[in-house]
Every structure is written in C-alpha cells, then in structure tokens.
Design a protein around this ligand. Structure first.
Ligand code: SAM
Length: 381
C-alpha cells in the first residue's frame, strides 16, 4: 500500500506498481480499486456538487456513494464540498470497507462519514425508507444500470443523481446488441457516436424515472477517455415527468447530405431516408446557466490541469446549439490535407452561424450551419 494525495485529502491506496498488465498499471487487478485517472471525474464532481449546493441554496446536504472503493471520493466530498452534513460511504468488499475506515480516520472525518459494508441496492433501499438523501453518486465498474432504479428511490425531490458508465464502447455502437439488451436502445456508428452513447445513458435514467412518475434534467454531462459521466436533477413530480418525456426521441443522420438532428417521439416514429438511433435523450446535455454561474465557480486551482481543461471545454461547448457535433473530416473529405478545427470554426462563424468545439472529439464541432454548404465552401477553397 502507498499513500497518495488527491485534492485536499491524503489516502492509502494499493500500490499500483505491483499490478502491471502489459506496461500499464491495471487498477482493476488490485485488491481495492483506485484509478488515479479518475481524479478528473472526482474533481469535476466536486465542482458540480458545490455548484448544486449554491444553485439550490440547500444546506446540510446528505451525499451517498454506494460503491466507494478506497473511499477517496467520499472523503474528498466530505472535505471539499461546502454545506455537507453527512456522507454515506459503502462497499460490498470487506477489504474495501476496512480501507475506507482507515482512510476516514486518517483524515479525521469519522464524524461526517458513515461507512457500511452492504450491497449497494440494499443500502439504497434502506436509505429510501429512512428519508432519502440529496446527492447520490454511482461510480461502478462498467454499467450503472443495476443501481439506477434504487438510486431514484433513495434520492430526495430535486436531488442530484450522478452516474459514471465505463462501458463507452457498448453505448457508442461497438456492440449494438449488447446496448439494446442493457440499455433498451439502438446505438449507431454515426460520426457523432460518442454523443449518441451519452444520450442513450441519460435516456435510460430518464425512462426509469418516468416509470416512477419522476422527471430529470441534466446539469452536466461529459466524456473523458474511457468513461461517461452525467449529473442530473431529479424531480419527483408528475408534471415534470411529462416534460421529461418530451426530451426522449431519436437521432437521425443522413450521410449523403450530412444532415443530423433529433426527432421527438417515443416509441419509434415513421421516418425513412434517415438512419435512426435511439430511443435517446434529445434535450440539452447540460444547463449552460448552471455551468457558467455555478459549476465554473466550483472548480479549484488545485484540480489537475486535465480536470480544468475539460471544465473549460464543456463551458464553451454548452454555449453551442443542441445539434449533434460534426467532424472536420466530414466537411473536408478528399481535401488531401488535414483541416484545422479552428479554421473550420472561423469559416462558419464568418458566415454568421454558431460554431463551437466539442469535447467529445478532437475534430468535433457543433454548429447550426448547413454542413453540406460548409463542405462545398471548404472544398471550393
Ligand atoms: N468510486 C470509487 C472511486 O471514485 O475511486 C471507485 C469504485 S470502483 C469503480 C467500484 C466498487 O464497487 C468496487 O470497490 C467494488 O468492490 C464495489 N462493488 C461492486 N459491486 C457492488 C455492490 N453490489 N454493492 C456494493 N459495492 C459493490
């Protein structure tokens, strides 16, 4: 075991240099899971939850993390989020449970963090019976699907539900049948397939919520390497459920015209000519006002440069239109040279349309311009 510092806390984690696969450490092989790359996920979650506390004006919030691993996330939440009265940490593994307890003691946080050794679904059902909590963070191996329903039970009205999914390949079209089985939606390998994946993930939560007469609204969503992260408000309100239903539909894409977009309607509407993916979330992936006025203020200088970079990229992207991103290769095909993304954005803005970079892809941008026309202009240059 080794001691590491992350954010404002110091914790004991397994020595990853003992678990090398190929030439890289493999956190999943260690007796308790700790992935240093997930610092971005944890730090940005701190910014989101701090922003949520200010946005809602709530105080004395209760946060639950049912899949805690080493406890690093729960411990950071207790130390780095304002207005927290209690953090509930839990892991089914005995070794993880012991390590979490040790890490809580080291940081002197045993009066704020309660730790349990239970199955996450059992814990969530118990919390639901005992009055619920304000923030639930589901950070599993792979898919969060097994924990969504009980998280919705355990969360309070206007609570914040955050989920991580590391099965990006499944959601973004690599294994379509698996996605249909696991998430009840058909992905497609559209040029913007990473956006399709995150929208399928959000709509899965939305459909569980709808079945319980609840609604959801995403505050922040992002892709960072091997995982998706979505944080959404949950409204335990039938009227809001109807609003949520309007945000479920399909995405269409037509290669010959580069047209892409969303159609509302669920189940599947009659559309031909286009390839369709869904059902998926067609509403906003983020709340631009929340990001600008609350999330950005929740970021800290001590976050890693990668975390601050992702925050900045999403802050900019959220100002763009709710239209799937396009790739520079789509509008500059057969040009015989690489087309810099900043040039594409300048050309489009010069024509009076919106254009912003997309964090989903290094060559991705979001625009309300007609892409075929942009392609003609670029190819004619
Ligand atoms: N959230 C942690 C972090 O930020 O470092 C990482 C958690 S790790 C990806 C997933 C954890 O879930 C593992 O420690 C595993 O033991 C635990 N786990 C798996 N299935 C569980 C279940 N049904 N109930 C509770 N814990 C479970």
């Amino acid at each position: 075991k080794v001691e590491i510092r992350e954010g404002l806390v110091s914790i004991i984690v397994p020595d990853l240099s003992k678990y090398i696969v190929g030439n890289r450490p493999e956190p999943a092989h260690a007796p308790v899971f700790y992935n240093p790359r997930m610092e971005v996920n944890r730090s940005l979650s701190i910014a989101i939850i701090n922003g949520y506390v200010n946005y809602t004006g709530k105080s004395n919030i209760i946060i639950c993390e049912p899949l805690s691993g080493t406890g690093v996330r729960a411990i950071r939440y207790a130390r780095e989020i304002n207005g927290v009265s209690k953090v509930i940490s839990n892991d089914i593994s005995e070794r993880a449970y012991e390590l979490i307890r040790m890490n809580i003691d080291r940081n002197g946080l045993s009066d704020i963090i309660n730790v349990h050794k239970d199955d996450a679904n059992n814990l969530l059902l118990r919390i639901a019976r005992e009055g619920g909590c304000d923030v639930i963070d589901i950070d599993p191996f792979g898919s969060p699907q097994p924990f969504i329903e009980n998280s919705l039970r355990a969360i309070r009205d206007q609570g914040l539900l955050c989920v991580t999914a590391t099965d990006v390949g499944v959601l973004s079209g690599k294994y379509p049948i698996k996605c249909v089985r696991r998430y009840g939606a058909l992905p497609q390998k559209f040029p913007y397939r990473f956006e399709v994946g995150i929208r399928i993930l959000i709509s899965t939560v939305a459909r569980y919520a709808l079945s319980m007469d609840y609604g959801i609204r995403p505050l922040m969503s992002f892709l960072d390497g091997h995982y998706y992260r979505v944080c959404m408000l949950v409204f335990k309100d039938r009227a809001y459920a109807l609003e949520t239903l309007r945000n479920i539909g399909y995405s269409y894409y037509r290669p010959s015209t580069l047209q892409r977009g969303f159609i509302s309607g669920y189940p599947i509407p009659g559309v031909n000519r286009y390839r369709l993916s869904g059902p998926l979330w067609i509403g906003n992936l983020w709340d631009a006002e929340f990001l600008m006025n609350y999330f950005m203020k929740g970021t800290r200088d001590y976050f890693s440069s990668r975390a601050r970079e992702v925050a900045g990229l999403i802050g900019e992207e959220a100002l763009g239109p709710n239209i799937p991103y396009a790739l520079t290769t789509e509008v500059g095909r057969d040009l015989g040279r690489e087309l810099p993304i900043n040039d594409v954005i300048s050309i489009i803005r010069g024509l009076g349309y919106q254009a912003v970079r997309s964090h989903f892809h290094v060559k991705g941008f979001r625009t309300n311009a007609d892409l075929l026309r942009i392609k003609e202009i670029i190819m004619g240059k």
